[in-house]
Each structure stands twice: as structure tokens, then as C-alpha cells.
Write a protein that binds this ligand. Structure first.
Ligand SMILES: Cc1cc2nc3c(=O)[nH]c(=O)nc-3n(C[C@H](O)[C@H](O)[C@H](O)COP(=O)(O)OP(=O)(O)OC[C@H]3O[C@@H](n4cnc5c(N)ncnc54)[C@H](O)[C@@H]3O)c2cc1C
Length: 458
């Protein structure tokens, strides 16, 4: 090791010590001794929930909770629209793993590298701070986020926590059944361990009945379960497996892009895909591989069991989940429909899938990565305007979604959503389905992915 290296290392350690010392002097936080036990002090850069994660500097600060599609997009756009702010993104996972394009990854159309991105690299390049940590609590009264490695204060908070599975709707407080369902028959709708489990399961599948449950709306990416069914069916067809895929849909029909998907089921996978509408789940038994629905009972050899979706845990911890008309929580963040700040807190913005009811015409924005990216851009712009002392005007998202339904030859269908505010001040949605299967649409899908990745990761 060179002397230059040693002195750089000494400076680094000294800075680390200074940081820990500074952090413990912040007001309002419990000042826990930095020790593992009486004789075993912790190194200064190992934080506890009671430490300060990042001391305050001179700049005002935006903290982003969740580094998925919304969070990463928000971090980038904040650096553009509010360059004077310190931007910190908190995320539990070490690498970004994309749900969009993951159905194609399940059947080897794209590889793992296509779905994963390096948080450290992008945050360094784009000038924000990424901290890998588990967010434990959000104390809005003190404008503070508590993580497993320390607490961090904010001026603006952006919540992009994605979804959680509402297993309580199926199992009440039976954690054993919920854990068994997630471990054995994961939905693979939250990145990323579940995805690897599912991929292995479908590649190992030897034939028989594969059941998929589809949750009631609103749900993450409504067309994607049908895309998944088609691509798994294409795999089984190529392997000449004697297998059925039974789609148990809570809804009364396939949508969006219903005619396009139904044509694929009937024309390409007639002997493989069975579509069952109105299959409201009544009972799930992950131990005996049995499911009871309003449309009949089903035994299965393997299953993709998707419990109803709700806003991710962090929306609940932040106390921003709305109330249902009939009482009780409605499961999604209550936001100002145009400006996306929490109904009860103007300094807390919610973006992406966690966003709740926004319009009497269409209720919820599609829970799509594209929308999360657009929300992020709008919210970053609102914050930039506020920081510049201006009153922001609203910016609405759009949405585009491409769904691959055939792998040989590769063909896809798609759907587009546009938004406007009408004379009554209500957000209106226009949906256009493109039902015809086309190889060109696959090309558009990859173009879309490249473009949006470029925006998020450079
Ligand atoms: C199979 C599939 C296909 C899809 N296809 C498309 C598509 O083609 N096009 C499209 O636009 N969308 C698609 N989507 C939808 C898209 O994935 C979501 O809409 C998008 O990820 C929403 O972004 P988000 O930021 O709200 O949530 P997420 O991307 O899920 O990000 C939430 C982040 O918060 C983190 N987090 C949560 N809690 C904590 C905590 N306590 N501490 C630290 N970190 C935490 C999570 O780890 C996660 O990284 C698809 C989804 C699936 C499942």
C-alpha cells in the first residue's frame, strides 16, 4: 500500500469519525452510545436507528423513500428542476430490479442484466445520494424518516413505496398461511427474490395445472398477468408440455386490450390457457394446493397467487392512506389529484403505484412504471417551482404499455392513456387499445424501455 493511499485512508477515517460525532450532536434524536456491548464499540459508519443517518448541511433537503421506478426518476428530475436541493434516495435493495420487461425475462427473451441497474453508479453520476437501508418509520410531525441505520430529516418527502400484498384479505392475521403462500407460490409482482423463484418454477414445471389468481382492481399493471400467461403458455407450447394455465380473474372480463389478449388465448394457446372470469377468491390453501373461488374450486400443481394489492407499507407508516366511503382505510394514498401531495401534508408527495383515487371518471391512474416516471417528473418540477418561490401549475402524466403475447414469432399488443382536465376541473382519461398482434409493436416496446431507462439511469 502506498503512502499516498495510507494518507487518503487516514483522511477518510478522520472524516468518518467527524461525521459520527457531528451526527450525535443533532437535537431531538436519542443519543445512543455507539457500542455493540460494554467492551465492543461499533465502527463509526455502522448506524443504528437511533443515530443520525446524515447530518444537516447548508442545503435544504428532499428525501425520497423507495428507489423503484418512481424514486429513481424523482431523484434524477429533482437534480434538474431543483438543483439547489440536497437529494437523498433511501432504498432497501442493493440493485434496481425492473418489473417492466420481467415477463419477458421469465421466458428468457431478455437477460437479468437487462432488468438490473447499479444504484451507486447512477447516483454518483447524477449527483444525488443513494443510501441502502430499510425505512422503519416516517414521523411527519418532526419531518423525519427513521431507517435501520439512522434517522434523516427532510424539507420535502417523496414517497414511492410501490405496493404491498394484502394477504390479510385472504388469511386475516394467519401469518403462517401468508408466509407459505409468498414462499411457495409468489406472485412476483414485487421485485426481486420472488421473480427468481417463479422463473425457476416455470422452467422446472413438468406439466399439470398452473393456476394464476388476478386481484380485484386497482392492481399493479393490469395487463401484465395476461402477458405473463401468454408467454408462459408459449414456453410450455415450445416444450410440448401437457399443461394448462388457468387464469382466475376477479374481473368479469379481460381488460385492458381485451380483444387482443382474448384473440391470443384462442388463436395461439387454445389447449393451454383457460380463462375464468368472476373468480373472486374465497379461500386459499397453500399447504394442500387448493383454491376456492366464486367461479368454482381448483386444485393446482403450481400457482401464481396474487393477493389484492394496496399501497406499500411506507404509505401506511407515513399515515397518508385514505378512508373508504364505507369506512376503514381504502388502501391507497390520499393525494391532491393534480399536485400529488398528501391530502394532509403539502410537503409530502406520493408518486407511482401508491397513489390513490384521483378522478370520478377513472378512479385511479394505471399502476405503471411509465406513470410513476411521469409522476416523478411532475413532482420534481413542483418542488423546483416552490423552491424558486413560484406557484406551480399542474402537469398530468400519460401512459404507454406494450404487452408481448407471442414468442414465435415475437408479437405484441399495446395500450395508450392520455389525460386532460375538463371544464369541471375533473381529470379525464382517454384509453386507446391496439389489439392487433404485430412484430413491430415488440420493437416499440424495446424502444420504450430504452428511452425510459435512459431517462432514469442515463
Ligand atoms: C410483471 C410486471 C410487468 C410490468 N410491466 C410494466 C410495463 O410494461 N410498463 C409499465 O409502465 N409498468 C409495468 N409494470 C408496473 C411497474 O412495475 C410499476 O408500476 C412500477 O414499478 C411502480 O413504481 P413505484 O416506484 O411506485 O414502485 P416500485 O418500482 O415497486 O418501487 C418501490 C421501491 O420502494 C422500496 N421500498 C419499499 N418499502 C421500503 C422500505 N421500507 N425501505 C426501503 N425501501 C423500500 C422497494 O424496495 C422498491 O424498490 C409491471 C409490473 C409487473 C409486476
Amino acid at each position: 500500500m502506498t503512502e499516498q493511499h495510507n494518507s487518503a485512508r487516514r483522511r477518510f477515517l478522520a472524516a468518518g469519525g467527524g461525521l459520527a460525532a457531528a451526527s450525535l450532536s443533532l437535537p431531538g434524536l436519542a443519543q445512543a452510545p455507539h457500542r455493540a456491548g460494554p467492551d465492543r464499540p461499533l465502527p463509526p459508519l455502522i448506524g443504528r436507528a437511533t443515530d443520525v443517518l446524515l447530518p444537516r448541511g447548508a442545503k435544504r433537503r428532499a428525501v425520497i423513500c423507495g428507489g423503484g421506478w418512481g424514486g429513481v426518476s424523482a431523484a434524477h428530475h429533482l437534480r434538474q428542476f431543483a438543483p439547489e436541493l440536497e437529494v437523498v434516495m433511501l432504498e432497501r435493495n442493493p440493485v434496481f430490479f425492473s418489473c417492466p420487461m420481467s415477463n419477458k425475462w421469465l421466458v428468457d427473451v431478455v437477460d437479468t442484466q437487462f432488468l438490473t441497474k447499479d444504484y451507486l453508479k447512477v447516483s454518483e453520476a447524477r449527483g444525488y445520494r443513494f443510501i441502502q437501508t430499510e425505512i422503519l418509520e416516517i414521523e411527519r410531525d418532526r419531518k423525519r424518516v427513521i431507517t435501520s441505520s439512522g434517522a434523516i430529516d427532510y424539507d420535502y418527502l417523496i414517497l414511492s413505496p410501490g405496493i404491498r400484498y394484502n394477504y390479510e384479505a385472504w388469511f386475516g392475521n394467519d401469518r403462517r398461511a401468508a408466509d407459505a403462500t409468498r414462499a411457495r407460490f409468489p406472485a412476483a409482482y414485487i421485485p426481486s427474490a420472488e421473480h427468481f423463484h417463479l422463473k425457476q418454477a416455470i422452467h422446472d414445471f413438468k406439466g399439470g395445472d398452473l393456476v394464476m389468481t388476478l386481484p380485484p382492481p386497482p392492481q399493479r399493471c393490469p395487463p401484465s398477468p395476461y402477458e405473463r400467461a401468454c408467454l408462459i403458455a408459449a414456453l410450455f407450447k415450445a416444450k410440448k408440455l401437457k399443461a394448462r394455465i388457468i387464469i382466475l380473474d376477479h374481473k368479469d372480463g379481460v381488460r385492458p386490450i381485451g380483444p387482443g389478449f382474448r384473440a391470443a388465448f384462442e388463436e395461439l394457446y387454445k389447449d393451454i390457457i383457460t380463462y375464468v372470469p368472476n373468480a373472486h377468491v374465497k379461500e386459499v390453501d397453500p399447504f394442500n394446493k387448493r383454491i376456492k373461488t366464486a367461479a368454482g374450486d381448483f386444485d393446482f400443481d403450481h400457482a401464481i397467487l396474487m393477493a389484492p394489492h394496496q399501497a406499500g407499507d411506507l404509505a401506511w407508516k407515513a399515515g397518508v392512506v385514505g378512508q373508504a366511503f364505507q369506512g376503514g382505510p381504502d388502501g391507497w394514498a390520499a393525494v391532491d389529484p393534480l399536485f400529488l401531495h398528501a391530502e394532509n401534508d403539502k410537503d409530502v408527495y406520493v408518486i407511482g403505484d401508491a397513489v390513490g383515487y384521483v378522478s370520478p371518471q377513472f378512479s385511479f391512474y394505471p399502476k405503471a412504471g411509465h406513470v410513476a416516471n411521469r409522476h416523478a417528473r411532475s413532482v420534481a418540477w413542483y418542488i423546483g417551482e416552490r423552491e424558486a418561490g413560484r406557484e406551480p401549475s399542474y402537469r398530468l402524466p400519460d401512459n404507454l404499455c406494450f404487452m408481448m403475447v407471442n414468442n414465435a414469432p415475437q408479437e405484441a399488443i399495446s395500450v395508450k392513456f392520455e389525460y386532460r382536465v375538463n371544464a369541471m376541473g375533473i381529470i379525464e382519461q382517454t384509453q386507446t387499445d391496439f389489439n392487433e398482434r404485430k412484430p413491430e409493436t415488440v420493437g416499440e416496446d424495446f424502444e420504450w424501455a430504452r428511452g425510459i431507462y435512459e431517462d432514469m439511469f442515463g
